[in-house]
Design a protein around this ligand. Structure first.
Ligand SMILES: [Ca+2]
Length: 319
């Protein structure tokens, strides 16, 4: 009897080993990575839900000065961030703030198309694109590129406009490189988690980007961006020396989060890591198991101290 049990246990162990061998995921090719030429600025579109939180506006204040020869800013799209507590017209509210900050910066001549006010598809799924001036703008700019060139679309809110543009005009997949701020990623478990604000705001759009085999996708998870947490007192001291833009940003913090002694500058972390690749470390990770199997780029770490120095150096522009 004892021998039979031993044999059964051994058989069970062997089966487990077999199963483990069978389920080992096959190797996948590395994700694409476009090499942008060093001698000219990268064409760039920012897609932002600026009326949600405050960090989008800080990202815009960093991006708008024409100090960086690396970026050729083509336009700023507004994005929705609708949820049960958000109130309505979230995209319109983002649009209003984009126009407010562009006016303050004297840059209303920069294209700033309005995005879609609803998610892609339906609340239960599907990928029906949500056409808007913002999705049209992404398509128009991508299709106007000479053969072999690409532009960057950075989404610092829900990915509705970006995914809709791809669904409306699949030919842009090899003309754009997409950067998004979203998802949680747990490095110890090598696990994604989609219960994050931007992803929840349009899960269909997020899945559409992950599933798109031809798309070069870079993800800054919030579990990494959280390192870029700013102290309020230090921030306000510096904003007081940053002219009308500084006063505007300080006021937004006070209006929205009067009781917060610190704030995470999620979106600014992604923007700065893109502008200075040496301040962000990217690794290759496999998409979540429920998505199409492929590899994408994911930030593992940022140099938040160097970023902060750069931010305040850039803000001298507004003095
Ligand atoms: Ca945002």
């Amino acid at each position: 009897m004892r021998n039979s049990i031993l044999l059964l246990l051994l058989a069970g162990l062997l089966c487990t080993c077999d199963r483990a061998t069978e389920t080992t995921a096959p190797e996948l090719p590395p994700p694409p990575r476009h090499e942008f030429p060093d001698d000219k600025p990268i064409k760039f579109i920012l897609d932002t839900d600026s009326a949600n939180e405050i960090d989008d506006l800080y990202a815009l204040a960093f991006l708008l000065p024409e100090l960086d020869e690396k970026i050729d800013l083509l336009g700023v799209n507004s994005a929705q961030w609708f949820h049960v507590l958000s109130g309505d017209s979230t995209c319109y509210r983002s649009q209003q703030l984009n126009e407010e900050i562009l006016t303050l910066a004297g840059k209303m001549d920069l294209p700033h198309p309005m995005g879609a006010d609803m998610i892609m598809g339906y609340p239960w799924g599907e990928y029906i694109p949500r056409q808007s001036p913002a999705s049209d703008f992404i398509i128009e700019q991508a299709m106007a590129l000479p053969e072999g060139e690409r532009l960057v679309v950075m989404g610092i809110g829900a990915s509705t406009n970006i995914a809709s543009a791809l669904a409306l005009e699949p030919a842009i997949a090899d003309k754009i490189v997409v950067y998004v701020l979203g998802f949680n990623y747990f490095f110890d478990k090598e696990a994604w988690e989609k219960g994050e604000f931007n992803i929840r705001r349009d899960l269909n759009a997020a899945n559409y980007l992950l599933n798109h085999q031809d798309l070069e996708l870079h993800v800054m998870p919030t579990t990494v961006a959280i390192q870029y947490t700013w102290d309020r007192e230090d921030t306000f001291d510096k904003l007081d020396q940053s002219g009308a833009m500084g006063a505007y940003l300080k006021n937004k913090w006070l209006e929205r989060f009067p009781d917060n002694d610190s704030w995470v500058m999620w979106d600014v972390a992604l923007l700065q890591a893109f502008i200075k690749p040496e301040q962000g470390e990217e690794i290759v990770v496999r998409t979540p198991p429920e998505n199409e199997a492929r590899n994408v780029w994911l930030y593992r770490d940022i140099d938040e101290e160097a970023m902060l120095d750069d931010f305040w150096t850039r803000m001298e522009f507004w003095q």
